[in-house]
Design a protein around this ligand. Sequence first.
Ligand code: KG4
Ligand code: ZN
Length: 336
Amino acid sequence: MYVLGIETSCDETAISVVKDGNEVLSNVIFSQEKIHEAFGGVFPELASRSHLEAILPALEKALSDASLSLQQIDLIAVAAHPGLMGSLLMGVTASKALAFALDKPFVAVNHIEAHLYVSLMKEPSFPALGLVVSGGHTSLYHITDETTYNLISQTVDDAIGEAFDKVARLLELPYPGGPHVEALAKTGDPKRYPFKEAFVKQDPLAFSFSGLKTQVFYALQGKELSEQDRADLAASFQETALQMVVKKSLKVAKNLDTKSLYIGGGVSANKRLRELFTQESPLDLKIFWPPKGLSIDNGAMIAGLGYHLYKKKGASDLFDVSPEPTSRIKHLSFSE
Ligand code: KG4
Ligand code: ZN
């Protein structure tokens, strides 16, 4: 079964063709990074306009890279939530139009669940723990099969990627800041600034990053920073932020007695995060990372998860699906 996956939830126009849920035949990602760089973050109106310009060229390339025609596509899957409303609207409208014109089934996919799906698609093993670390989310999920993701906990304020981006701005690094903070941290001392990890009283499994960002702000406010100071700040921030994620994930994995941890989202590209998980996780916990090229927003994750949703629940009603900025989530009641 050939599935076309369309992803426009933020600032990437991404379209892929995936065969039978896990064989990626093409993966086209048109990034808008250059457009938003000047604003230090995504400018929503420009994002949706540029999706409009890029979506047909991306579709043509995705089909030609897969050596398929539009008629050979069996199912159209689209990221319908969560994301920026104007951006989502572009992908959802384009995919509905395609499905209607071609008379093909159509399925709406949750973007966050899709981030986790790519790391489990080659070796699924359930029940599992899922960790999403992205620009918009920091969440833990209990995964019981390819299509069932129950939320355990999430951030009460900033997402981890957002914190990396904000600290990058404080350190006058370009957008998106995560990779730049990681590069600067390489020459820094992670112990130089003793930043405190956040603890959320009402929900000990929840994440919080805004306090850490404020600690970085006060550490550098009004100071003349040397290159070494900047590197030490980047390293100390990175270590504290990543440790919070690693410790909480491993604690929940232990409580759930799961043997697989699937990780997704842009921050999973961080090498120090991978090192920390490798160092600190118990031997019987297997950790899965997104395949190369699939950690940032992509259409393959949408097509892959779309395939399973269609197999399990059938097609979505074309006239019933609208983009939604927030996630439709089932919150699992789970205590420590
Ligand atoms: O998953 P993603 O593409 O966006 C959302 O769907 O939200 O992730 C983007 C985020 C940005 O905040 C970016 O700074 C961060 O991932 N990021 C990183 C690294 N690479 C990307 N953060 C830390 N270290 C990295 N190497
Ligand atoms: Zn994403």
